[in-house]
Design a protein around this ligand. Structure first.
Ligand code: SF4
Length: 237
């Protein structure tokens, strides 16, 4: 069962979020680690923001449990990036997988589900997996930035994530895309080579395309449909 927060806890979280506004991502992560480790985790799709947070966590608390939701549909480049991150930072980014392999899942449904019901596919191959992992933790970090899309513009630094029953910490909420890439280049943080091929946001291979000049950085995700989020970071689902 998904944990709920008391009114007192919700008030405390809102207060912490206000207090941490204006702090650096490292200060925010340090606060989260001091407060929640070892029941602190991070789910990463190994995007630029995730890689930057991992590089910070590797210094602050390298024993933090970091995992990737391995849907079975990820790009080869994403999985190779995980290996490079592990090697560079001496950490182990775990792969959390759905119960059914892609083969068994598609056999059960008579073919790929993403072609006609991407919400169902994201639920089965991401959301359900995160629910399973979340039960063992009290807080999680995400790489959300406010300037990524209109749906992310109001992201607080800390909030109660009622969908997963966790405190959700967004240390890069106030950073811009430029800030993220400056850190990547300054500190030579590994990143997905697809970003150099007009894929600013990389998800699963069947649901991601390159973007055209002037398009929103998430325009290549579920292109051609009204879907903009997998459901990890929305109240939906
Ligand atoms: S992004 Fe596409 S392939 Fe990946 S889980 Fe969602 S619908 Fe399925």
């Amino acid at each position: 069962m998904v944990r709920t927060a008391s009114l007192e806890e919700l008030g405390w979280i809102a207060e912490q979020s206000r207090r941490l506004e204006g702090c650096s991502p490292e200060e925010i992560l340090t606060w989260a680690v001091e407060r929640y480790f070892p029941r602190f985790t991070m789910a990463t799709g190994l995007g630029p923001e995730g890689c930057v947070i991992i590089s910070m966590l590797a210094k602050i608390e390298p024993r933090s449990y970091i995992f990737n939701l391995d849907t079975g549909y990820q790009f080869r480049e994403t999985l190779e990036l995980r290996d490079r991150m592990n090697e560079k930072y001496g950490i182990q980014i775990d792969l959390q997988r759905p119960e059914l392999s892609v083969l068994d899942y598609e056999r059960l449904h008579g073919g790929p589900v993403y072609t006609h019901d991407s919400d169902r596919c994201c639920h089965d191959r991401k959301i359900a997996v995160l629910h399973r992992v979340a039960m063992d933790y009290d807080a999680w970090a995400t790489g959300i930035r406010r300037d990524q899309s209109p749906t992310r513009a109001d992201t607080p630094i800390v909030k109660w994530d009622k969908k997963f029953g966790l405190v959700k910490v967004s240390p890069l909420a106030c950073w811009t895309k430029k800030d993220v890439w400056k850190r990547i280049l300054d500190e030579q943080v590994p990143y997905n080579p697809l970003h150099d091929q007009n894929y600013p946001s990389v998800g699963c291979q069947p649901c991601t395309r390159a973007v055209q000049p002037g398009e929103d950085e998430r325009a290549g995700r579920w292109s051609g449909s009204t879907k903009t989020e997998c459901g990890l970071h929305t109240g939906k689902d």
